[in-house]
Structure formats: C-alpha cells, structure tokens
Write a protein that binds this ligand. Structure first.
Ligand code: PMP
Ligand code: GLN
Length: 418
C-alpha cells in the first residue's frame, strides 16, 4: 500500500462496534445515524426527483444548479450577506466527508500543518495524512465546574495560538461538535477569528453538519464561523443529519470563490459530480424545510424539539446506570462520565482498531457493556491522538438519534443491571 496509508490500513472504531453490537443483540447507541426514516416531504422530494424532474444524468460538476441556488439563498440569509452566488460560491460533494477530502487535497501541500481540536471526528486526521499534511492537536480541556458540554470542554486560546507555526495551513473547527455536543460561543469564535486573522495563509474549515441540532437558540445559538471570518473560512455541511438521510451523502462547501475553487478543482477529477437525483431531492427538501411543520414555524424547529426530547430520554437512561452525562448543547451525542462504573478491565487485550497499549479503559468498557449489559457506545479514545488518549479514559459517547422505544429499552437494560 502507498505510504500515505501508513497506520490507516486497519479497521476503524465503526468496524468494531457496530458488528459487535449486532453479534450481542445490544442496543446500538454507538455509530451516529438516525433510526428514523427521512420525513415524508423529503422522501417525496426524492420520488419527484427520480420520476418527474429528469435528474438522472450527470450533474454540473461543481454543483447541481437547483441545489446551488437554494444553498446560496440559505447562506446569504444565515450569514446576512447578499454576495453569495450559486455559480461561484458553492460546491457540492458526496457528503461532508467528500467535501472535506476535496478541500484538504486542494489546499494542503506536503508537510503543511492542519490544527485539529481533540476530541476530533476520526476522519479528520486520516484525511489530513492522506493529503500529505501533518495533524497538530490541541485538546479541549475539561473544566470541573461546568454546567454542560459547552463549558466542560474548554479551548485554551493561548494553547491554540502556540500551535500555529509557519507551516500551519488550515484549522478544522467543528461546531456543534462531535463527539462532545459543545457549541462554540460567539466569544470563543471571536477569539479564534482574532488569532487566525493575523495569519492570512490559514483557512478555517468549519464543519457545521449539526447546525440545525441546537437546543437552546437563545442561550447557546449556533454561530457560523463564516459570519465572523468570511475571507478565511470554508464552511462545510451536509443533509444527512438534518433530514435523517445519511445514506444519501449530499454535502457542500460554501465560501469565497478562491476557497471553493480548491474543492471544485479536485472534485472534477475525482467523482466529476455528486449524484444528481440526491442533490435535486435535497434542493427541494431545503425549500420545504423553511415552511411550518407539525404546528411549529419550520421543520428545523420540529427537528430540534424532537432531538431535545430524545436527549432527555438518554440522559435519564445514563443516570440509571450511575453515569454522569455531560449535557450537550447541540448534535446527537452525549459524552458521559463513567468513572463510577466498575468492571473487569482487561487492559492487556489488543484490538487492531486502537493501536495503543494498554487498551484504553473506555474501549474495554464499551466492549464489556455491549457483551454484558447489552448497550453499545463509542469509546471516545478513537477521537484522540495516541498521546491524548488518557483524556478519554473515563468517558463514553452515546448517540440519541434513535427511536424513543430504543432509548427506553437502553434505560431498562441499564436499570436492570446497575
Ligand atoms: N462531520 C462530522 C462532525 C460528523 O459527525 C460526520 C458524521 N456523520 C460527518 C462530518 C460526515 O458527514 P457526511 O455523512 O455528510 O459525509
Ligand atoms: N458521524 C457518525 C458518528 O460519529 C458516523 C460516523 C461514520 O459512520 N463514519 O457516529
């Protein structure tokens, strides 16, 4: 295999825990994908795209125009701009994952550095490596007197600034954040923007795929990084979480043309274009989503309310197991403190998906919980570089993008065992 895959030709955490959950008939609160189908208006949009809208041949390479137009409208309104243009400021891709891959391939030269905040969604460091860059890690530090995930996981701005070197080319910022559910506040983002502005060569790649899963818009709103640092920000997002269609893989990049061009220049040689029918359906879904839905002002309000209720069910389930949930402000995951749980910890066991010995405690705990209690979580050590794996040892990540019955069954199993 090519050198660029060094250390990456191994199974991932997803390969280990979803099959393990299936093998033990465990409730799988590990991998984050919605258990619900997309809402009817989204399914209907796909049906119309296939049968009525003639969207079955190659799309325009940079972006299918109907989707690019809707995204340009949405982002002009979200960022209070008027200059975002469908033809030049929008690229679409096969999910946010592919948009990120194209962005990194288009921006990163050999040995350029990319700053990641840990814990970080596991594709970031692997994609940086494949693009020939070097990931530089800045861990979010736990704060003991925090009331929720946003203040529990703290970014030390001085530590962030010290991580910047003449080789730093990009910084990946994820808000709302996977796996913690932290939403970066306006003040934190302004602090980051102030530092990044001093280094015009740095691009902030803002992964905002959970932008609509925000629970208290007055207290902890989602602030798009591009609203504070437009010229240096490439915003990435996708439809999977918003419309419960992670398998459709429709993602996009929005920003000033010189950054969007990095994505389109790569994309035209890799996939040429993203699937037309999926893009067409999402274009229609995005228009519909602005309308009143189930008695609420828009589908987005319904979505946030629905997830907030699911979050409460999972909080209660985790408490029944003696865990302390670090309550998220956004997204669909909860990090829980598991220090109170005692279990036989086979620290010398090995697994190809986690090349660190001894086996991290969180990894062993998730295996044990799957086998013994019948509930599966993701060990967050998968989201840390080897040196910072100890920061994850007393944490587990649980997903609540599941039906109420599934979350209640997890609760029953926890209550019966602990
Ligand atoms: N970014 C984050 C933070 C994620 O959690 C995920 C996982 N679903 C993705 C990107 C991938 O998004 P997509 O499915 O659109 O590729
Ligand atoms: N983003 C989802 C998660 O964090 C799914 C990841 C994946 O399937 N690669 O659980």
């Amino acid at each position: 295999l090519a050198d660029r895959l060094q250390g990456l030709d191994r199974p991932t955490v997803w390969h280990e825990f979803s099959p393990l959950a299936a093998q033990h008939q465990a409730i799988n609160l590990g991998q984050g994908y919605p258990e619900e189908d997309p809402p009817a208006f989204v399914q209907n949009a796909m049906h119309a795209a296939v049968y009525q809208r003639n969207a079955n041949q190659y799309a325009r390479s940079a972006a299918h125009m109907p989707l690019a137009h809707v995204l340009a409208d949405d982002y002009n309104s979200k960022l209070q701009r008027t200059d975002i243009v469908a033809e030049t400021h929008i690229a679409t891709a096969v999910g946010c994952t592919h948009a990120l891959y194209c962005a990194l391939m288009g921006l990163i030269q050999a040995r350029d550095e990319v700053i990641l905040l840990e814990p970080a969604f596991d594709i970031y460091s692997s994609q940086v490596q494949m693009a020939g860059g070097k990931a530089v890690y800045v861990p979010l530090r736990p704060s003991s007197d925090a009331s929720g995930a946003s203040d529990y996981f703290q970014l030390d701005l001085e530590e962030f600034e010290r991580a910047i070197t003449p080789q730093t080319k990009a910084f990946i910022l994820n808000t709302p954040h996977n796996p913690t559910g932290k939403i970066f506040s306006q003040t934190e983002l302004e602090g980051i923007a102030e530092i990044v502005r001093k280094h015009p060569r740095i691009t902030v790649i803002a992964d905002e795929v959970y932008e609509y899963l925000v629970f208290d818009k007055t207290k902890e709103p989602h602030v798009p990084m591009a609203s504070l640092l437009w010229d240096q920000t490439l915003t990435l997002s996708s439809a999977g979480k918003t419309f419960s269609c992670t398998g459709w893989k429709v993602g996009w990049a929005v920003g000033p043309p010189h950054l969007v061009q990095a994505v389109t220049a790569v994309q035209q040689w890799v996939t040429f274009s993203a699937p037309t029918v999926n893009q067409d359906a999402i274009a229609q879904a995005l228009v519909q989503a602005r309308q009143p839905y189930q008695g609420l002002p828009s589908y987005y309000d319904y979505l946030a309310d629905d997830y907030h209720q699911k979050q409460q069910l999972l909080v209660e389930a985790l408490q029944a197991a003696g865990m302390t949930p670090i309550v998220p402000a956004g997204g669909f995951f909860i990090m829980a403190d598991t220090s109170a749980i005692e279990f036989p910890y086979p620290s010398m066991e090995k697994t190809p998906a986690m090349p660190v010995t001894p086996m991290p405690r969180d990894w062993a705990l998730s295996r044990w919980m799957t086998q013994t209690v019948g509930v599966t979580a993701i060990p967050p050590s998968a989201f840390y570089s080897p040196e910072n794996v100890p920061l994850a040892q007393n944490l587990l990540r649980f997903a609540y993008c599941k039906n109420a019955e599934t979350l209640q069954e997890a609760h029953r199993r926890f209550a019966a065992y602990f």
